[in-house]
Design a protein around this ligand. Structure first.
Ligand SMILES: [Zn+2]
Length: 421
């Protein structure tokens, strides 16, 4: 009986918004039953059509954290949710990466009693989502080329972020000081917590975003030779395997999730948790236990072979993913597609250095496997072309294998391996 339920947040919404979340929720459930993904996006789309300002209505009265950047959004969202989870409150989150307005609406509508929300946001939509949600915290991870057909946009994005953050004086910004574009984007925000989260990929930040001159680098430090733009002073530092907190105390950061990029995401999560009063020790114990993020990093048994899935969507992502590969001779399968969500142009493959794959078994798959094959040949990496992940498993005769794939190739492999993946 609906009347016997305790009043939830939805009862405070105007009638049309309540109707929109109810209809949207029903559509989402129908979509899930029909086997079309987790149904969250379609529910949100329908809800928004009935009530265009649904997101701000659903966000009202909640403490909201937005997470954006080119790489690491989904993982960082998961890590922040884990850290804030130690407060014992219910947290709404779009944990599976539906990061446009409809996905945010669905995440909030699904958790009407959650007083907090940690929401991943697509880079392009961040300014609008910040305005709609009145977020308390915005987390800026990094900015680099995602898809070649969007290459020119990152400077424009940084400019839009800068204006949006300048117009949100109450918002606390957690930003990566090691990425000059991020530092510039957050440069006019009123309250910024700077994190030295590192930047492996420098190819999109040779120039000063402020004046266009050449940026000078000295280790992690950077400054512009022509204007005042320089790396801001940091409060949190990732130093190798250690995190240094704002008091200067250093602690080992021992994550289950592999790789430098995830350590960087974890330090950002600790900085966000600190804003909400979660101590480092408490946040760290929660963050360290996260073992998989939306199908990534988990070990899946397939025909006697332990497969580990790694998602890498762009050159910066591939660079980080190549870093976390199991040591040789563990075989590797690389899969590349070029559908719309991946970007149609595969020339970015040439921006990645594959030479470290020499001397191990490499399998190449995906709709654009021939593009990848040409690239590997240029780097003198021996490989075999396969149609499916099972074919690679059968040929590899190995107890384990790493599988690196870009966005839609990753989804296809997950579908083959089953949703348990
Ligand atoms: Zn400059």
């Amino acid at each position: 009986m609906s009347t016997s339920r305790p009043p939830d947040r939805r009862s405070g919404l105007p009638l049309r918004a309540r109707l929109a979340t109810t209809v949207g929720g029903a559509a989402g459930r129908a979509s899930r039953l029909a086997g079309r993904g987790d149904g969250s996006v379609i529910g949100g789309v329908i809800g928004l059509r009935l009530k265009p300002d649904l997101l701000s209505l659903l966000a009202r009265g909640r403490q909201i954290v937005l997470v954006t950047g080119t790489n690491g959004k989904t993982t960082t969202t998961r890590l922040i949710t884990a850290a804030l989870g130690t407060l014992g409150q219910q947290i709404a989150s779009n944990a599976f990466g539906a990061n446009m307005e409809a996905g945010l609406v669905a995440a909030l509508a699904k958790a009407p009693d959650a007083t907090m929300a940690v929401l991943e946001v697509d880079e392009k939509h961040m300014p609008a989502m910040l305005e709609a949600t009145g977020a308390r915290v915005v987390t800026l991870l990094n900015l680099s080329r995602d898809q070649m057909d969007r290459a020119a946009e990152i400077w424009l994005l940084a400019r839009r972020w800068r204006a949006a953050l300048a117009a949100a004086p109450d918002c606390r910004v957690i930003a990566n000081a090691d990425d000059p574009l991020i530092a510039w984007a957050a440069g006019q925000a009123r309250k910024v917590v700077w994190v030295a989260a590192g930047q492996r990929w420098h190819d999109d930040s040779w120039c000063c975003p402020n004046c266009g001159s050449h940026l000078r680098r000295d280790g992690e430090d950077w400054h512009c030779g022509e204007c005042v733009n320089r790396r801001p002073p940091v409060s949190w530092v990732l130093a190798g395997d250690e995190v240094i907190d704002p008091t200067g105390r250093s602690r080992p950061l021992d994550l289950i999730l592999p790789g430098r990029a995830n350590r960087s995401n974890a330090v950002v999560a600790l900085a966000v948790a600190d804003v909400f009063g979660v101590g480092v020790t408490q946040a760290m114990s929660a963050v360290q236990q996260v073992r998989s993020v939306a199908g990534r990093y988990t070990q899946i048994e397939r025909r006697g072979c332990g497969l580990r899935l790694l998602l890498a969507k762009n050159p910066a992502g591939w660079l980080e993913a190549l870093d976390v590969l199991a040591p040789a001779p563990v075989p590797v399968m690389l899969a590349v597609n070029a559908q719309v969500p991946d970007g149609k142009d595969t020339s970015w493959l040439w921006d990645v250095d594959y030479r470290r794959l020499r001397g191990r078994q490499v399998f190449v798959s995906g709709e654009r496997r021939l593009d990848l094959a040409v690239r590997l040949e240029a780097d003198e990496v021996a490989f075999r072309i396969v149609g499916t992940v099972d074919e690679a498993v059968d040929l590899a005769h190995s107890a384990s294998m790493d599988v690196m794939a870009n966005y839609t190739a990753f989804q296809q492999i997950r579908a083959v391996l089953g949703r348990s993946a």
